[in-house]
Design a protein around this ligand. Structure first.
Ligand SMILES: Nc1ncnc2[nH]cnc12
Ligand SMILES: [Zn+2]
Length: 332
């Protein structure tokens, strides 16, 4: 383990809580809740984590989430992730959750959000990790279903800083959710969207111009469009890039092909994130390590990536200043 990268203070801005469900916890929750899994052992399950594309992964990810039933399950899931953050000096997090994955199975919205929110509160009080929760809509579902989910969230708006858009990008362009994003912005929520992961650069443009998002999740396909790259750099639009996810889902054949450092050098405000660490082979430090190993990332580049994670977080100004100050001794 590279001590420098692990000790580097950093924020995580793109992490699906359901994607942090480790096989061991999945089996424990299945047993606690009397649920039969399609796999006999943790090893057998891990062996199934060999994905040809995003949809292959999503099929297993939604299946795995079925073990989450009670408020305590959602607490335990979130707390396990927070302990990883504590171990890797991740001091600010803005995790995603997918309520529709659970409400579609008959789990109450409040069960999900109460368990997650209690763990995030404990992260702040016990570990000093600042947090902001982002609620994602599943883009393979309808606009009407997204509106229904936003309605369910209204009593809990104090627990949510923003909304996002995830799941299958192919055939589900940003425009499908124009009105629900407008409504969320009216409610004072910040907005992000997965775009340009498997889908074209045009999805990044549409997420910015139609959904008016504050940040782009993934966005690596923006590199296909030179004008867009210039725009991202000049308008300080951050991308939450997920290196291990991109290689595991075959967006890039190999880490040596990944474009994150090229984008960094071109002035695009990229950040490093783990996306679904239980499925893709590592948390935040492992993603930084993969960039060092596969792309020769320097310490200066790592510090800049960590600085971007604080600068383009949704932390309040005072907290953001404190987060950025943790890097001061590394740059002087
Ligand atoms: N990488 C990803 N892309 C789209 N939807 C997701 N849900 C969880 N991980 C995702
Ligand atoms: Zn994601």
């Amino acid at each position: 383990m590279d001590q420098f990268l692990n000790a580097l203070p950093k924020a995580e801005l793109h992490l699906h809580l359901e994607g942090s469900l480790e096989p061991e916890l999945m089996f424990a929750l299945a047993e606690r809740n009397g649920i039969a899994l399609a796999y006999d052992s943790v090893d057998e399950l891990r062996q199934a984590y060999d994905f040809g594309n995003l949809q292959d992964f999503l099929d297993l990810y939604y299946q795995g989430a079925a073990v989450l039933q009670t408020e305590q399950d959602f607490y335990d899931l979130t707390w396990a992730y927070i302990e990883r953050c504590q171990a890797q000096n991740v001091i600010h997090i803005e995790p995603f959750f997918d309520p529709q994955t659970h409400t579609a199975r008959g789990i109450a919205f409040e069960t999900v959000i109460n368990g997650i929110s209690r763990a995030l509160k404990d992260a702040e009080s016990q570990h000093g990790i600042s947090t902001g929760l982002i609620m994602c809509f599943l883009r393979h579902l309808s606009e009407a279903e997204a509106f229904e989910t936003l309605q369910q969230a209204t009593p809990f708006l104090d627990n949510i800083i923003g909304i996002g858009l995830d799941s299958s990008e192919q055939d589900n362009p940003p425009a499908k959710f124009t009105r629900v994003f407008a409504k969320a912005r009216e409610l004072g929520l910040l907005t992000v969207a997965h775009a340009g992961e498997e889908g074209p650069a045009q999805n990044v443009i549409d997420a910015l111009d139609i959904l008016k998002v504050d940040r782009i999740d993934h966005g690596v396909r923006a590199a296909d469009d030179t004008a867009l790259m210039e725009r991202l750099a000049h308008e300080n639009i951050a991308l939450t890039v997920c290196p291990l996810s991109n290689t595991r889902l075959r967006v890039f054949d190999d880490m040596s092909q990944h474009n994150i450092l090229q984008m960094l050098e071109q002035g695009v405000k990229v950040t490093v994130n783990s996306d679904d660490p239980a499925y893709f082979g590592g948390y935040l430090t492992e993603n930084f390590l993969a960039l060092e190993k596969g792309l020769g990332m320097t310490h200066e580049q790592a510090i800049q990536l960590a600085r971007n994670s604080f600068q383009y977080s949704f932390a309040k100004p005072e907290r953001k200043a404190a987060l950025l100050a943790t890097l001061d001794h590394l740059t002087t």
